[in-house]
Design a protein around this ligand. Structure first.
Ligand SMILES: Cc1ncc(COP(=O)(O)O)c(C=O)c1O
Length: 356
């Protein structure tokens, strides 16, 4: 195992010990499979408790499948889905939505990761024209791929335009745990008038697993999931991880009664803000996006990137201007950030910019 500290992704960290324990805890005896076991039934009711009585949760293996299946349940192959240019759906799913759903993606500009209702309006053309893929759904990411958050007002504006044009609304919530924490509201409020949510587990401390949450009855979904090879047989292992994500770390300690997802969101967001604050003190750097979840986007002088990455891995998000993404995980600490800043200052002193 490498002891390199990564600021690359919340996919780079391991499994939260409480989640790992949940896997061990349900490893005794035999239970029915394919979601008919008591833990899966309990996990589904935990989702109803947090997302409202209409929420139906379906567990799948990964986030790309969650997005594709959620959307496949909402649109037909001859229809189109509006999404952000920078969305995972558009740029990081290797064409899975187009391949699996058969639909067209209409990409809207998203310099801060978000799409705007006015651009959705402008895309509502040629309705009823048999030559044109009919727009049927909007997919947004919350928080976005650029670490920004749609405000409640922005969300409501998107919902209003969707209602006006009878468009289904999907949220890619690979990191949705940050939304109720940052926006100070419930999951249920956030998901009002949403048709489907891909609720992430893996990036938030799980070993693997995501939940597709549907807010309207959909008799097809269970067949779509199976046909797409995303029906886990030993589903209890997935379900129990989610039960733990929504449980407090310790049942005996009143001070730690907050659910694990909130502890993770709070810690990673506060560390992202701490990192931002430290980076702001270095004049050669510039922060490019508001820090509203667990990542910091920062332009770093090109000569510093290679030596920096020798000790702390991170991604160059935009090769054209060396905008980099630094991302925190559930197990990130202040010490990691301070070590990174020390290393940054060290690299800076060895690579004066005037020399290149
Ligand atoms: C915003 C977003 N959505 C979806 C995914 C899908 O993840 P997976 O790699 O599990 O398919 C990711 C993963 O990076 C992501 O960042």
């Amino acid at each position: 195992m490498s002891n390199l500290i990564s600021l690359g992704s919340d996919n780079h960290s391991g499994v939260h010990p409480f989640i790992l324990q949940s896997i061990h805890d349900c490893n005794e005896g035999h239970t029915p499979s394919y979601g008919t076991d008591p833990l899966t039934i309990k996990a589904k009711s935990v989702f109803k408790n947090h997302f409202g009585p209409k929420a139906q949760a379906f567990f799948v293996f990964n986030g790309t499948a969650a997005n594709v299946l959620a959307l496949k349940s909402l649109v037909k192959s001859y229809q189109a889905i509006i999404c952000a240019e920078d969305s995972h759906l558009n740029i990081d799913e290797c064409g899975a939505p187009e391949n699996q759903i058969g639909c067209k993606l209409i990409k809207l500009p998203s310099p801060d990761g978000k799409i705007k209702p006015i651009d959705i309006e402008k895309s509502m053309i040629r309705q009823g024209d048999q030559h044109y893929s009919q727009v049927a759904a909007v997919s947004i990411t919350q928080p976005t791929e650029l670490g920004t958050m749609y405000s409640l007002q922005e969300l409501n504006d998107i919902k209003t335009v969707c209602k006006k044009h009878k468009l289904k609304l999907h949220i890619d919530g690979a990191r949705f745990i940050y939304a109720p924490y940052y926006l100070k509201c419930s999951f249920e409020t956030l998901c009002q008038d949403v048709d489907a949510l891909s609720f992430g587990g893996t990036k938030n401390g799980l070993l693997f697993g995501e939940a597709v949450i549907l807010f309207n009855k959909n008799a097809d979904f269970k067949y779509l999931r199976k046909q797409s090879m995303q029906l886990p047989s030993k589903m209890r292992f997935l379900a129990n991880q989610f039960i733990h994500l929504f449980s407090p770390l310790s049942k005996n300690e009143p001070s730690t009664l907050e659910p694990l997802y909130l502890t993770i969101a709070k810690n990673s967001h506060q560390l992202a803000k701490y990192l931002e604050e430290k980076l702001c003190n270095i004049e050669e750097l510039s922060i490019t996006q508001p820090v509203q979840a667990n990542s910091v986007f920062v332009k770093i002088p090109q000569p510093w990137i290679k030596p920096l990455r020798e000790k702390f891995f991170f991604y160059v998000w935009n090769e054209a201007n060396f905008e980099c993404r630094l991302m925190l995980s559930f197990d990130s600490t202040k010490k990691h950030i301070e070590d990174f800043i020390d290393h940054l200052n060290n690299v800076k002193s060895h690579h004066p910019l005037g020399d290149c």
